[in-house]
Design a protein. Structure first.
Length: 247
């Protein structure tokens, strides 16, 4: 079994003393897609913000490639290989597609050019629009650009928060196919989604959050079978200990 790149060990995050992420444990290996599932308010975004360093951990540990990064600032985590795409398609609307990608990398010009070409290979729709302002792009194209910007940092772990939000089923399928392609290149992906079925179809494993706690976890195919047509799946949280949610 491949050693995990990311380990969360009983991670808790809270606001005003109230936990929104409660003792969650998980692991993500290089080249693996882990779908982080749950309804709005389940704690998915808070967990991701804690991993990237935008929210403090109340307790527990965040370990990246064997190093404890729980107390490190976001910029240090980014330099260690974390990439983050928050929900909302955050791009610079007045800048061109190419400039949006250029400013997302601190690499030398020759390296940046190669990275941009790699983004265009993943998202062919963006290439002919490289000189267009980002505000002219469709919602799906803006999401592609947002993901492309994160890839310009050559992340070892990519965190995607609700990338299908507001997209048509066709565009959602395209984005999920690209997630698989990114993972095939060796990047670990933590994919937060309310669209559970589509996320699991793109994932290797899934972890379901309910009110901040792990409610179910396992192989994506197994979770899809358990879902069936039950809109209330997975039900109530599991009792988890350190790294119990990581299998």
């Amino acid at each position: 079994m491949t050693a995990p790149l990311l380990i969360l060990d009983s991670l808790s995050v809270g606001y005003g003393g109230a936990p929104v992420v409660d003792a969650v444990s998980l692991r993500v290996a290089p080249g693996e897609v882990l779908a982080l599932l749950g309804a709005n308010g389940a704690g998915k975004s808070s967990l991701m913000r804690a991993v990237i360093g935008l929210e403090p951990a109340a307790s527990g540990r965040i370990v990246l490639d064997g190093a404890d990064i729980t107390a490190l600032p976001p910029e240090r985590r980014a330099r260690m290989g974390l990439g983050y795409v928050p929900e909302g398609r955050r791009v610079f609307p007045g800048m061109s597609v190419r400039d949006n990608l250029e400013v997302a990398s601190f690499a030398a010009k020759a390296v940046r050019t190669g990275l941009i070409e790699r983004v265009f290979a993943l998202f062919p729709q963006l290439a002919p629009k490289s000189g267009d302002s980002a505000w002219r792009l469709s919602g799906g194209q803006q999401q592609m650009l947002a993901i492309g910007r994160a890839l310009m940092g050559e992340p070892r772990l990519l965190l995607l928060d609700e990338p299908s939000m507001g997209l048509s089923p066709r565009l959602t399928s395209e984005v999920m196919a690209t997630v698989r392609a990114i993972a095939a290149g060796g990047t670990a992906v933590l994919l937060a989604e309310q669209a559970a079925r589509r996320a699991l179809q793109a994932a290797d494993r899934g972890l379901w959050l309910h009110l901040g706690r792990v409610a179910d976890t396992g192989d994506a195919t197994v979770l899809l079978d358990r879902m069936g047509d039950d809109p209330d799946f997975p039900g109530t949280p599991l009792a988890t200990g350190p790294c119990d949610g990581a299998v």
